[in-house]
Design a protein around this ligand. Structure first.
Ligand SMILES: CC(C)(COP(=O)(O)OP(=O)(O)OC[C@H]1O[C@@H](n2cnc3c(N)ncnc32)[C@H](O)[C@@H]1OP(=O)(O)O)[C@@H](O)C(=O)NCCC(=O)NCCS
Length: 179
């Protein structure tokens, strides 16, 4: 079990009981589709998604410190673009009620620190879509470097192919960031 504490946040691995809060924000059509996934259809749907993607050591629920409610998700996932490197790709989502307060930037910086310092990664990747300006800003604030755009690289929830803006940060670039 790994937990991460930041100034305002508490990150902890998933428990089955997190499904209700996760469903509550993931059913919102403003959250999933911009990231490429369909709004969750039911708590059962959320439970299946949790089992398939998030019940592991390197996926965390996000809570404001001292509060029960789970408000977001962040994970270090398989890096599909760098299979031979000691690398992970960050993925995240946050309840719309909490957007614009710097929460994901704070969570992402903490997970980058965990990835480099605890998992000894040499590089961390992150990708987003062209339309996702909020995520691009989080990525920029966290110090990632833009690598390029891969056209029509992934199929999203509605069956269309989307371009991906690909970013990464090397361990030495991370070490050189002002923290
Ligand atoms: C992307 C997401 C995680 C951002 O979380 P957040 O906690 O709101 O992010 P932060 O508050 O740390 O930063 C958001 C930044 O985007 C900026 N922003 C908001 N709307 C914007 C817009 N339309 N255009 C450009 N920037 C915008 C904010 O001003 C802020 O930057 P600032 O600190 O310089 O003011 C959240 O919006 C989300 O969950 N979106 C849906 C799921 C998703 O897109 N996941 C990522 C897939 S790659």
């Amino acid at each position: 079990m790994s937990t991460i504490t930041t100034e305002r946040l508490y990150l902890s691995n998933f428990k089955e009981s997190d499904a209700a809060d996760f469903y509550e924000y993931a059913k919102n059509p403003n959250v999933g589709p911009i990231a490429g996934w369909a709004p969750h259809k039911s708590v059962e749907d959320t439970q299946e998604i949790m089992k398939a993607w998030f019940m592991h050591e390197n996926a965390w629920t996000i809570r404001l410190q001292g509060e029960e409610k789970m408000i977001g998700v962040i994970a270090l996932e398989h890096d599909k673009y760098r299979p031979d490197a000691k690398s992970k790709e960050i993925g995240y989502s946050l309840s719309e009620d909490y957007w614009g307060r710097g929460i994901m930037t704070e969570a992402c910086k903490a997970v980058m620190k965990y990835g480099f310092e605890e998992l000894d990664l040499e590089i961390i990747g992150i990708c987003t879509g062209e339309v996702n300006k909020r995520s691009q800003r989080v990525i920029e604030k966290c110090g990632f470097q833009f690598e390029g755009k891969i056209r029509k690289t992934y199929e999203v929830y509605d069956g269309t192919l989307r371009d991906s803006l690909v970013f990464s940060i090397l361990r030495e670039e991370y070490d050189a960031l002002e923290k």
